[in-house]
Design a protein around this ligand. Structure first.
Ligand code: BG6
Length: 507
């Protein structure tokens, strides 16, 4: 548990007038300030293309925070009142030198020279900003001060571009200065995967292909593409979610025990797993992945516009809004265990979960009875969101004279046990950026290994004239996704089966 306050630092946010800054970064810093982990020696220097000055950025933040469901008002909230005194802004074009000269001047006049540069900008600016920072000496760490760079996703759009971006950045700064974000790693339940695995003998002892039949990793969303048509049509579900968010979950599920809990030991094990993902031939890639696009329909009482009719999406678009794939981690521990991944927009429920399905018992005790027909395999369900928690599905004997087995679920919900409060998920990421802990950030080799594993899918789809399969909003995705797993004699875990409901339902 992190308790030490962060050192003095200036957080320089490129893209300060954007959504991420007001929705996630600033609220997270307010939360850190409230908990005493960030003190009055943190300064925010916003940099953005929109004209304005220090006061106009503060006013913009004020009005956003005042409009939150639980409004944050400077007259009532001590943390925000104190923090807003330390917010400043430089307007300008961050492809030009002037802005970097101004940043330099501000940092020189600051009472400390520690700086974290946060790139909350469109990805085409990542490389050029790092180059300019380096050119102006802003990335040089002198007199014990630190200079760090935090980079949002998407980190590249394929293997070649991710490699090129890494080469560009690492040509200017050391890996130890680079903090590549994947906001899934800021989620409490994701961080808990390592504890669940490595602090519990009964889990880790069964964690291999002798006992595990298969793993499912799902990130289903009910939201549609909405106003993000331009970005999404160029990106698609695979690039948006798989090599980053879903692979981070996969890496934490499949990694070996690290030699220690330091950043390098953990990142090394995660990279080893990602580089063990089987690289498919074009034929295998075709066989092991399906993609879909949602049609028009209704979802939770709202009308959904078909993806291809969404603003800024080409009517001929071949971009997928759903993807499902079967992957293998070619290691001793996981040989032969399929990892089924799926993610999509406008689906039946918001549900990010990992389901580990164990093998069937050998039936010895029940061989000659009817019981064997009613003996579902054990499952460990890690509910990432919403309703964060963990459940274990086991079979028990129903009370009575005959031997009837029924599946029951042993559930743990974070909200039942802890006051988890309203966090943005960026608190631990920013805290770690300030204290210099890279555990929750992606290393260059891990990013490239992830892209290498999805590149065969990108290649076959780029060449294919076929459109993704249609699916109705509010469904579990296209029928082909069911076929992908059914042909192996397995079923997808039902979406939206909340731990909460299970707890209170009689079996
Ligand atoms: C983002 C994707 O990285 O993650 C979005 O670009 C997606 O398309 C989002 O909706 C999902 O994150 P979360 O935390 O809401 O599950």
């Amino acid at each position: 548990m992190a308790t030490a306050p962060t050192p003095p630092v200036t957080l320089v946010i490129f893209g300060a007038s954007g959504d991420l800054t007001r929705r996630l970064l600033v609220p997270a810093i307010i939360n850190l300030t409230r908990s005493g982990l960030v003190g009055d020696d943190l300064h925010i220097l916003g940099v953005g293309i929109e004209p304005g000055d220090d006061a106009s950025l503060v006013t913009r933040l004020d009005s956003f925070l005042a409009g939150l469901e639980e409004p944050v008002l400077p007259e009532k909230d001590d943390a925000w009142r104190r923090l807003r005194e330390r917010v400043s802004y430089i307007a300008g074009d961050f492809t030009k030198d002037e802005i970097f000269l101004s940043i330099k001047k501000r940092l020189e006049s600051a009472h400390c020279s520690n700086a974290a540069f946060y790139l909350a900008v469109p990805p085409q600016f990542f490389g050029p900003i790092v180059e300019k920072l380096a050119e102006h000496g802003l990335t040089r760490e002198v007199d014990g001060c630190f200079r760090r760079i935090a980079i949002e996703k998407p980190f590249g759009t394929d293997l070649a571009s991710a490699r090129a971006l890494n080469a560009c950045i690492l040509g200017k700064v050391a890996e130890s200065q680079v903090y590549r974000l994947d906001h899934f790693l800021g989620k409490e339940t994701v961080q808990n995967i390592l504890t669940a695995r490595f602090a519990n003998m009964m889990i880790e002892a069964l964690w291999n292909n002798n006992y595990i039949d298969h793993v499912q990793i799902t990130a289903a969303e009910t939201v549609d593409v909405g106003t993000r048509g331009k970005f999404y049509d160029a990106t698609g579900a695979l690039r948006d979610m798989v090599p980053n968010h879903l692979f981070q979950l996969l890496a934490m599920i499949a990694m070996e025990a690290p030699n220690g809990f330091g950043a390098e030991a953990i990142r090394t094990e995660k990279s080893k797993v990602l580089s063990a993902l089987r690289i498919y031939t074009p034929e295998e890639a075709t066989e092991h992945a399906v993609r879909g696009t949602y049609t028009a329909g209704t979802l939770n009482g709202s009308n959904i516009t078909a993806f291809r009719e969404t603003k800024d999406v080409s009517p001929d678009s071949k971009t997928e809004t759903f993807v499902a794939t079967k992957l293998y981690v070619d290691t001793w521990r996981w040989a032969g265990v399929p990892f089924y991944l799926r993610t999509g927009k406008a689906m039946t429920a918001r549900d990010t979960e990992i389901v580990v399905t164990f093998r069937q018992v050998p039936f010895a005790q029940f061989r000659e009875t009817d019981v064997k027909r009613n003996l579902p395999p054990n499952k460990l369900v890690i509910q990432v969101q919403p309703d964060e928690g963990l459940s274990i599905e086991i079979s028990i004997k129903a009370p009575g004279l005959s031997v009837d087995t029924v599946p029951v679920s042993l559930d743990f919900r974070y909200a039942d046990k802890f006051d988890i409060g309203k966090m943005t998920g960026y608190e631990s990421l920013l805290y770690d950026l300030f204290i210099g802990d890279q555990t929750l950030f992606q290393r260059a080799d891990g990013i490239e290994a992830g892209w290498a594993a999805v590149q065969p899918f990108l290649d076959i789809w780029a060449k294919s004239a076929e459109r993704p399969d249609p699916y109705a909003p509010g469904s579990m995705g296209p029928a082909s996704a069911e076929d992908l797993i059914r042909k192996d004699g397995r079923e997808w875990h039902e979406l939206g089966v909340m731990l909460h409901n299970q707890t209170h339902n009689k079996t």
